[in-house]
Ligand binder design. Structure first.
Ligand code: ZN
Ligand code: ZN
Length: 348
């Protein structure tokens, strides 16, 4: 039978001591009297375990900070932890912590109390934001025409939602400035904290709007000795948009899906679709906007023709149906070009 080398008691031993002698006067965990938690006075985030994070309840922050500050002796394995925070004032919280550990196969519980102190500071993101730090500028413009306000707002909203998606992965990102231009050309400059994300967003816009992207980088030396590049992404949107009518190589087309390298066109007369490279599309001329497409009431329909009321003059007109034409309701979509009224091949 094993026995305790200190008191002689027989029974199981831990490092040659019985349980009572082994635990006597020993502590296997400790907690500092005070635990400081930096809090950003601008965005309200807390620095916990080396990471800035937004947490709603200050009690929760105090409890997590206290638990993180517990130190265990070598050989003690954490089993459980329980905390209870109590507000002293806005900046100070008393936190009771109970630590459950396994030491040499024994269950050991210890209790500690600490004061968590919130210290106002400024997080790196807010520092950069307030220092007007930036790396990337998206200059969004329209080719050959002024950018309509509606399109501009749509693009700003799209950049912001793309940015939010990137920010979920990287808290340090931010939009530094949104500058709506009042020049003849219009458009918008969006200034971003990161050129890497700026590049990603420029290409996402290119893909969405068949835009071309031109990139220019400028080296700016930063004070900390690290090289800083500022990159400008000129995103030039074509003059046409989805749903517009263009003249291309002498024929009229409805603009379909826009891609980074090509645009889909549908011939108004033959309903034939073709993909045109965006570099060739620079010769296309917009002759009607999506808003210029009108609804005409159908009078009768035969195999080959649709008889409609002209939406402007209310005269009855016969329109030849493009191949595979399908009517969706009591009206059809038409487009007026000079003297001619076109029945759109795609009615969806
Ligand atoms: Zn003993
Ligand atoms: Zn902050």
């Amino acid at each position: 039978m094993p026995f305790c080398v200190r008191c002689g008691a027989e029974g199981p031993v831990h490092r040659s001591l019985c349980e009572r002698c082994f635990l006597e006067g020993k502590h296997f965990s400790s907690l500092p009297d005070h635990v400081d938690v930096p809090r950003c006075g601008h965005c309200g985030d807390y620095l916990l375990d080396g990471k800035w994070m937004g947490i709603e309840a200050r009690e929760e922050v105090a409890e997590r900070a206290a638990e993180l500050a517990v130190l265990l002796e070598k050989g003690a394995e954490p089993v459980s932890a329980g905390e209870r925070a109590e507000r002293i004032d806005d900046a100070n919280y008393r936190v009771d912590v109970e630590v459950g550990m396994a030491v040499e196969g024994l269950e050991v519980d210890e209790a500690h109390t600490t004061i968590v102190r919130f210290k106002n500071t400024s997080c790196p993101r807010c520092n950069r934001l307030m220092g007007n730090y930036y790396e990337g500028t998206l200059q969004v413009r329209t080719r050959d025409r002024r950018m309509p306000d509606g399109l501009r707002e749509e693009i700003i909203a799209r950049i912001q939602s793309l940015m939010e998606a990137h920010m979920r992965a990287d808290r340090e990102l931010f939009v530094s400035k949104v500058d709506r231009l009042n020049t003849a050309q219009g458009g918008v400059d969006v200034v971003l904290s990161s050129s890497v994300v700026g590049r990603a967003i420029a290409h996402e816009l290119a893909d969405q709007y068949a835009a071309e992207v031109r990139e220019t980088a400028k080296l700016v030396t930063q004070k900390q000795g690290r090289d800083l590049y500022r990159v400008t992404f000129l995103v030039r949107l074509p003059a046409y948009r989805f749903g517009d009518i263009v003249r291309y190589e002498g024929r009229l087309y409805l603009v379909g899906a826009l891609r980074a390298s090509s645009t889909k066109l549908t011939d108004l007369r033959t309903a034939q679709a073709l993909m045109v490279s965006n570099s060739d599309m620079t010769s296309a001329k917009v002759i009607g906007r999506r808003e210029d497409v009108l609804e005409a009431v159908v009078v009768t329909e035969t195999d080959r023709e649709v008889q409609v009321l002209h939406p402007g003059t209310f005269r009855v007109l016969d329109l030849r149906k493009p191949p595979r034409f399908e009517r969706k309701g009591d009206t059809v979509k038409v487009f007026q070009d000079e003297e001619e009224l076109y029945l759109l091949p795609l009615q969806g």
